[in-house]
Structure formats: structure tokens, C-alpha cells
Design a protein around this ligand. Structure first.
Ligand code: HEM
Length: 363
């Protein structure tokens, strides 16, 4: 028989033994961790190869087709590793972003230097008191439609391309992530509208942008922007015509590749999308550079250039100096108007209607 005092002392003995074990365990645990951390700091690190890396390297560099079999039915579902993904990533990070960024910044600086040297090209004969009708309301509307969509796409696209290296250091990751998401959604939404805008521009302006005799001499003489020699030209000069065709052709490439990127409807896999991305980015950078030049000449670079695209009428002397073949034709038809007449007509009727009236009355 065990009496009560024996039972209590055995019980106490068990508690103290368990306590000792817990104490030792708790005490030894941090020591073990510290010892391990210390030893791993002191010991030279040993490179342990991922046993699967050979397999993945083999899959990635496999000769011929890299498409395997899979029960999953879908584009690219048989592709274990897209071998071009890394090539595309390196091109984007190591060439497209640094070289593209330098070109854009370079062109911007060159335009600034050019402006400081050349200044605004003036109307040599000074602003005249007569004007010629140049663009209908519809033509001006589609011009500003394509311009605003292009500018939006260009700015949002540049933020997506250069945001990481340029904007994150300025605004931080969180603010940039909000901006980048907004740009991506906006870019995807507005892209298809650019297609509509380019189609409208094409049908409206194509006839006046067909190359004619005399266009080449405009190009050979640098369009008159270098030096102050007068260079004859038609309704559009060779520079404007070339910009138009670039907008149609390179713009077409940007639109087609953009549709491939936004809509996964054409059975395109990742390789096609990588190619589409490269074409999209290179085409867009080229177009942005050209449009920077266009905006420069159309705004601060040349006196009198913007008037036609904002009011519908251009100055007679400007037209004679920059589009003299066309100006001569309009003057011979007797369609030049005094500034007062233009003011009066603009107040009462839209310019598109005025041109029809003028043609009807043979003025
Ligand atoms: C805010 C920026 C812009 C300004 C200030 C501007 C200015 C002008 C001006 C002044 C003209 C008339 C030139 C003349 O009468 O000879 C013009 C024509 C034109 N612009 Fe712009 N523009 C801008 C943006 C754009 C953009 C972004 C595009 C296209 C992406 C564009 C495409 C055109 C086209 C296609 C023409 C007719 C020239 C031709 O068909 O050859 N413009 N622009």
C-alpha cells in the first residue's frame, strides 16, 4: 500500500523530471540554432545544384520542336518551357528600354537645340491680310481625334515601358502600381479607337498624299527648314506625305500587333505574342520620334503652320512660301479671301459649308 506522502513525493519527482526535460529542450534549441547560424557564417558556402536543373536546361535547349503532348487542350499547353521567353526578356530589359529611351531623349534634346539655333521659322513676307481655305471641320476633327488618341497611347505606352527605371525611383512602387494599372487598362481600351482614327485619316487624306513630280526636290533641299531658301511644294510636301504613309504603314503594324497582344482570339501562342510585342514597341518608338518632329513643326517650329488645323484657314503668304503650287491654284480660282471676309463667314457658317458655297459660286 502506498501512503499519501509517498504518492505526493513520487508525483513531485515526475513533475521535476518533466520540468528538467522541458528546460533542457528549451535551453538547447536556441543554442543549436545559434550554433548553426554561426557555423553557416563561418563555413564557406557550398553550391548545391538543383538536381532538376539539368532536365530543365535540356528541355529548354531541345533541338527542333519543343511541343510535347498534353491532355490539356489549349494554345501552348504542350509547351513545357518557352525557350524564347528569356531571349525576349533580355531584349526588352537590355536593349529596348535603354536604347529606346536614349533615342527618345536624344531626339527631344536635338529638337530643343534645333529650336535654340533656328528659332521659329517666320513667314518671310509677314502675315498677309488674305487667307486660303485649307481644312474642313470634318478634316480638323479627325486630325485632332487621331492626335489625341495617339498622344494618350504614346504616353501610357511609354509609362508602361519606362516606368520601372524612371518612375519608381520618383514616385515609389505603390503609386506607380496604380498608375501602371490605369495605363494598361486605358491603353488596351483606346488602342482599337486608334484603328478607327487611322482608317478615317486614310480615306480623307490619301488622294492629297500621293507622291507627285517635284516632291523629291523638296526632300533633296531639306524642305527649306535648313537655310532659308524657298522650296516649292503641293498641298502636302514630301515630308508630310512621308509622315502620312508612315502613319498608315507603321501605324498599321502597331495596330495589328496591338490586336494580337490584346485579343487572344487568333490562336496565337506566346512566341507570336513576343514577336508582336517587339514589333509593337519598335513601331511605336519610330512613330513617336516622327510625330515629335511633326508636333515640333506644327506648333513652335513654324509660324502660321497651326492656323489651318485650328481655324480651317491659312495665311496666304504662308501658303505661298510652303505650298506654292496649291496656293497658285487656289488664287487662280479666285478663292482667296480677305481676313474680314473669313471672320464674317466663320461667325455665320462652318468652314466646310463656306468652301462648298465658294465652289458653287465659282469664287
Ligand atoms: C498636338 C500635336 C499635333 C499638332 C500640333 C499637329 C499639327 C498639325 C498641323 C499644323 C497640320 C497641318 C499641316 C499643314 O497644313 O500643312 C497637321 C497635319 C497632319 N497631322 Fe498633325 N499635329 C499633331 C499631332 C498629330 C498626330 C499625333 C498625328 C498622327 C498620329 C498627326 C497626323 C497628322 C496628319 C496625318 C496630317 C495631315 C498631313 C498629311 O496627310 O500628310 N498629327 N498636324
Amino acid at each position: 500500500m502506498i501512503n499519501n506522502s509517498e504518492r505526493t513525493s513520487r508525483y513531485m519527482g515526475r513533475i521535476s523530471f518533466t520540468g528538467l526535460l522541458v528546460f533542457l529542450l528549451l535551453y538547447s534549441l536556441p543554442l543549436e540554432i545559434i550554433a548553426e547560424t554561426k557555423s553557416s557564417r563561418e563555413m564557406p558556402s557550398v553550391m548545391v545544384l538543383n538536381p532538376a536543373s539539368e532536365l530543365w536546361r535540356d528541355v529548354r535547349q531541345r533541338e527542333g520542336s519543343n511541343i510535347g503532348n498534353s491532355q490539356v487542350r489549349g494554345v501552348d499547353s504542350g509547351v513545357l518551357i518557352n525557350a524564347y521567353g528569356d531571349t525576349w526578356r533580355k531584349f526588352r530589359m537590355q536593349q529596348l528600354i535603354p536604347i529606346g529611351g536614349s533615342i527618345l531623349a536624344g531626339v527631344f534634346i536635338l529638337l530643343g537645340i534645333f529650336y535654340m539655333i533656328r528659332g521659329k521659322v517666320p513667314i518671310e513676307g509677314g502675315p498677309s491680310d488674305r487667307k486660303l481655305f485649307r481644312y474642313t471641320t470634318y478634316e480638323r476633327m479627325i486630325h485632332w481625334f487621331v492626335a489625341s488618341i495617339f498622344l494618350f497611347l504614346a504616353i501610357s505606352g511609354l509609362i508602361l515601358l519606362f516606368g520601372r527605371p524612371v518612375l519608381i525611383p520618383l514616385m515609389g512602387k505603390e503609386a506607380f502600381s496604380i498608375l501602371a494599372s490605369a495605363c494598361k487598362e486605358g491603353h488596351n481600351l483606346m488602342g482599337p479607337l486608334f484603328l478607327i482614327a487611322v482608317v478615317l485619316i486614310f480615306f480623307r487624306f490619301v488622294r492629297r498624299n500621293i507622291y507627285q513630280r517635284g516632291d523629291l526636290s523638296w526632300l533633296l533641299r531639306g524642305g527649306g527648314i535648313i537655310g532659308s531658301k524657298h522650296v516649292p511644294s503641293n498641298f502636302f510636301n514630301m515630308g508630310e506625305k512621308s509622315m502620312f504613309w508612315l502613319l498608315i504603314l507603321v501605324g498599321g503594324l502597331i495596330i495589328a500587333s496591338g490586336l494580337v497582344l490584346v485579343f487572344p482570339l487568333f490562336g496565337q501562342g506566346r512566341e507570336w505574342m513576343e514577336l508582336a510585342h517587339v514589333a509593337h514597341a519598335l513601331g511605336a518608338l519610330l512613330m513617336i520620334v516622327v510625330i515629335m518632329g511633326h508636333i515640333y513643326i506644327g506648333s513652335v517650329g513654324m509660324e502660321g503652320a497651326l492656323e489651318g488645323m485650328t481655324t480651317g484657314y491659312c495665311d496666304l503668304n504662308w501658303a505661298k512660301e510652303h505650298h506654292d503650287h496649291w496656293a497658285t491654284e487656289v488664287i487662280e480660282r479666285g478663292e482667296d479671301l480677305s481676313n474680314d471676309e473669313v471672320e464674317r463667314l466663320r461667325r455665320s457658317e462652318p468652314p466646310g459649308r463656306i468652301q462648298l458655297d465658294l465652289q458653287e459660286h465659282g469664287k
